[in-house]
Design a protein around this ligand. Structure first.
Ligand SMILES: Cc1cc2nc3c(=O)[nH]c(=O)nc-3n(C[C@H](O)[C@H](O)[C@H](O)COP(=O)(O)O)c2cc1C
Length: 401
């Protein structure tokens, strides 16, 4: 895949140091290449050398520097970029770029860019709330630039209010959104994630180690690909994802009800939750007391959500199940795919290093009706994208049949 080119314009605000973290984070994404340009005032806050080291590219600071390898670097940079992001954006640069002023490297390159443009303002609250700045930001929106709103907080100037640079993770998310291929635009995607909890009494439950990380990673990628995404989520500690609807469900039964309600309107269904197979038949009204040496609990079977979906699914609904095994992975997973009438199954072995619960990575086998693919170790985010792209392929095959 060809790398996307991100041009970062750093300007003279306190938050310039946070742009280092942003460039460092973006540089770790192997699908991106980063270049940085800075205003003269920005170099008062952070040395260009920091950005050169983090981006592995030369940093441009002046239109007319004698050391410029390229005498018209502003035009070359502008044509190179897939997106130009001003971060932090001072009140000054915002005022300049919405009025077509081009009097330094950053403002001139921004004007020459005919691609996506993003502004991440950061400044003192009074500067931010000043009607002139607000008018300039409105003008930026009208010009089609994406604004990543600053946050509320305690600012370096000792004022509490709006003006703090948005969190780096939110800026990364906004950039990812702009640069993503919208291959799921308009699709409704339903994902189950996390564990279920099966109550024994008002204070205790039986559950499992699922963290929800894989399901939430798929949801993030589906949203970035333009889908309308809903997660039916067991109890997890995952951060909510901007733009994704989260429906909480605690037990297998409540997860089943939440999924059933949404099945009809869904195009892609991904069952990544670790749903308990059994639940205690009787949930005690009061806390179970410690009397005897042993405690007998009688379990009954929970609804098989994946099997239900497999029975009900329309030909153009694409269903992906998950299977975690500790032995005979491929054989057991292939049987599950057929038994549950899924289009695709993601199987992993809990005992393989880098796979399973809570990790940021996964090592899986991707099983389709006529194929079986052992994937290398991937981050859960990378695997999320692979799953969605494969579902899209399956859908296209179904449609062309
Ligand atoms: C210590 C210090 C911190 C500053 N922080 C900010 C800031 O966070 N946001 C802002 O808009 N301006 C800030 N300024 C003012 C800008 O540096 C000033 O407007 C400058 O002309 C901006 O130049 P540039 O936009 O070309 O980088 C600060 C100035 C100083 C001296």
């Amino acid at each position: 895949m060809e790398k996307k080119h991100i041009l970062i314009g750093v300007t003279g605000g306190i938050a310039a140091y946070k742009a280092c973290d942003l460039v460092s984070t973006l540089s770790k994404n192997k699908n991106y290449e980063i270049k940085v340009m800075m205003t003269k005032h920005a170099t008062e806050f952070v040395s260009p050398m920091s950005f050169e080291a983090l981006s592995h590219n030369k940093v441009e600071t002046s239109l007319f520097s004698e050391t410029n390898e390229d005498p018209i670097a502003h035009i070359s940079l502008a044509s190179w970029a897939d997106i130009c992001v001003l971060v932090p954006a001072t009140a000054n640069i915002i005022a300049k770029v919405v009025n077509g002023i081009a009097d330094d490297m950053v403002s001139t390159t921004f004007l020459a860019c005919h691609t996506k443009k993003m502004i991440c303002p950061a400044m003192n609250t009074h500067m931010y709330e000043n009607p002139v700045t607000q008018q300039n930001l409105q003008k930026a929106i009208d010009l089609g630039y994406v604004i990543v709103d600053p946050a509320y907080g305690h600012l370096a100037c000792n004022v509490d209010g709006k003006g703090k640079l948005a969190a780096v993770k939110d800026i990364v998310f906004a950039i990812d959104k702009e640069l993503s291929d919208p291959f799921l635009k308009g699709k409704n995607v339903l994902i189950s994630a996390g564990p279920t909890q099966e109550a024994l009494d008002p204070v205790r439950f039986i559950s499992n180690h699922s963290s929800g990380k894989q399901g939430y990673s798929i949801a993030r990628q589906a949203y970035l690909a333009g889908a309308n995404v809903t997660i039916v989520s067991g109890p997890v500690n995952q951060e909510p994802i901007e733009g994704v609807t989260i429906v909480p469900a605690t037990s297998a039964q409540s997860m089943f009800e939440a999924i059933k309600e949404r099945l009809e309107e869904t195009d892609y269904i991904i069952m990544a939750a670790a749903v308990a197979d059994y639940r205690p038949e009787i949930v005690a009204d009061q806390k179970i007391k410690k009397h005897d040496n042993t405690l007998d609990v009688h379990f009954v079977k929970n609804p098989d959500i994946l099997a239900y979906i497999g029975q009900k699914k329309r030909p153009n609904q694409i269903v992906c199940g998950f299977a975690m095994e500790t032995q005979d992975l491929d054989k057991n997973a292939k049987e599950k795919l057929e038994k549950k009438n899924c289009d695709m199954l993601i199987a992993n072995n809990l005992f393989v290093e880098g796979a399973g619960f809570k990790t940021d990575t996964n090592v899986v086998t991707l099983i389709r009706k006529n194929s079986l693919e052992h994937l290398p170790k991937l981050t859960k985010i990378e695997l999320g994208l692979k799953i969605l792209k494969t579902m899209k392929e399956i859908e296209e095959e179904v449609v062309s049949c």
